[in-house]
Design a protein around this ligand. Structure first.
Ligand code: GDP
Ligand code: MG
Length: 320
């Protein structure tokens, strides 16, 4: 699996759907199982069943905007192209869902390739950073990490532990220092010493705390001073288990700083999963990675096809 290629916009080597299916098991068996069941034996949508489907999508965290869009696209598509004999209504829904979350990602050239990780507290920023670092190192890339989450001592310590465990160098100046200074120094070191990738952790902040949000804009600008064109990606990490609150977070972060993509974590911990559609609809950002579990292998490049199929696929019969 090529994480480096994926960062550079190449889609060649996507994760096996098995991982995605395992991670989305709860959603598939719960809310999306109900959506699947709704379509059994149905080949048309009357107003009543449309309402039923609407309620099901809303209950699966799809959110009102994306739900409206899905329903109107489904209706329009059935009107313009009636179902073929072998095609099902669920097939039609799948294509619409795929097109909804399949947003293009435009890679920016840069060496070192600098990635800034942002989001509220506890969503999985540091975990995501460490998993990316681990994968990229495994692919032979020289990785440097920066501990610009200087808000809590525990945050620096957490990254220091990862740095030791993964044997990946870390720039850190302890707690309480200006995060911009850490970010600047990290990028500067990476340029000077020829690193391939720079991953910068930032403090989790409540999206309602204005000064902290402004500080993020400053970190972004400072990174650009250390290396023109950087950061090449700003990943906004969002916790799938927080439901519609995730949308408000995303909006606030997009106002505070330029974001290039989403990381949707803890999909293994929700029975809904529809927040992916709501988030993409709201932000227009592509989902770049998903977190589907606790282990280092559980960060996956996002594929719209695998994701939708993992939500809607019939639960395989397990033979014992
Ligand atoms: N189940 C599960 N837990 C996750 C995932 N990603 C992160 N976590 C957990 O979420 C918690 C907070 O993660 P952390 O990276 O410290 O969040 P941060 O405050 O945003 O840096 C940790 O216990 C992680 O193990 C995921 O995809 N699935
Ligand atoms: Mg952290």
């Amino acid at each position: 699996m090529g994480f480096w290629d994926w960062l550079r916009g190449k889609k060649s080597d996507l994760p096996s759907s098995d991982f995605v299916e395992k991670g989305l098991q709860k959603s598939r068996q719960s809310f999306w199982g109900r959506i699947r069941a709704f379509f059994v034996g149905r080949r048309a949508l009357d107003p009543e069943s449309k309402e039923e489907l609407e309620a099901l999508l809303l209950s699966a965290d799809v959110g009102p905007e994306a739900t409206d869009k899905i329903l109107s696209q489904l209706e329009a598509s059935l009107k313009s192209t009636p179902l073929r004999e072998k095609e099902t209504l669920l097939d039609r829904l799948s294509s619409i869902l795929i097109s909804l979350v399949d947003r293009p990602f435009t890679p920016v050239e840069g060496h070192p390739y600098v990635i800034l990780i942002v989001g509220v507290n506890g969503v999985g920023k540091t975990t995501t950073l460490a998993r990316l670092a681990y994968r990229l190192k495994g692919e032979g890339r020289r990785v440097l990490m920066g501990a610009a989450d200087t808000f809590r001592a525990a945050a620096v310590e957490q990254l220091r532990l990862w740095s030791e465990r993964l044997d990946i160098p870390l720039v850190e100046k302890g707690m309480g220092v200006d995060p911009g200074a850490v970010a600047y120094e990290t990028v500067q070191k990476a340029v000077k010493e020829g690193y391939d990738v720079v991953l910068i952790d930032t403090a989790g902040r409540l999206h309602t705390r204005i000064p902290l949000m402004q500080e993020l804009g400053k970190v972004y600008r400072v990174v650009g001073k250390a290396l023109p064109g950087a950061p090449h990606e700003v990943l906004l990490v969002v916790d799938a288990t927080t439901g519609q609150n995730a949308l408000r977070q995303a909006e606030a972060f997009m106002e505070a700083t330029h974001c290039t993509g989403l990381v949707l974590t803890k999909l293994d911990g929700t029975a809904k999963g529809g927040i992916a559609f709501a988030l993409v609809e709201k932000t227009g950002l592509p989902i770049r990675f998903i977190g589907v579990g606790e282990s280092a292998e559980d960060l996956l490049p996002f594929s719209a096809e695998s994701f939708v199929s993992a939500l809607l696929r019939e639960e395989p019969v397990v033979s014992t």
